[in-house]
Design a protein around this ligand. Structure first.
Ligand SMILES: [Ca+2]
Length: 87
C-alpha cells in the first residue's frame, strides 16, 4: 500500500492539535520566526528583527503574516494576535 504525504495544511492541523506532526520535522508555521516549532513570546525579538533588520532565524518569510510577499508593519497586528491571543 502506498501512503500519500499529508498536505501542508494537514500537517499544520496535526501540529495544532497534537503538538507534533507527520512527516517529521514539522513544517514551520507563520509567526514561528525563531524556528522552534512554537509560536510564543520567544518569537517577539526575532519578529522585530525581521521587520527592522538583523534577523537571525531560519526563514524570514515566517514573519510575513499576511502573505503579502514582504514582512512589514502590516504584519504586526496578525503576529500579536497569534502570540498574545485575547484571554
Ligand atoms: Ca517560535
Amino acid at each position: 500500500m502506498i501512503e500519500r504525504s499529508p498536505t501542508p495544511s494537514e500537517s499544520r492541523a496535526r501540529l495544532d492539535v497534537f503538538g507534533d506532526c507527520e512527516p517529521n520535522p514539522c513544517p514551520y508555521v507563520k509567526g514561528d520566526v525563531n524556528c522552534d516549532h512554537a509560536v510564543d513570546t520567544a518569537d517577539i525579538p526575532y519578529f522585530v528583527a525581521a521587520l527592522i533588520g538583523g534577523y537571525t532565524g531560519c526563514e524570514i518569510s515566517l514573519a510575513d503574516m499576511d502573505n503579502s510577499g514582504t514582512q512589514d508593519g502590516l504584519d504586526i497586528q496578525l503576529f500579536i494576535s497569534v502570540v498574545l491571543p485575547p484571554p
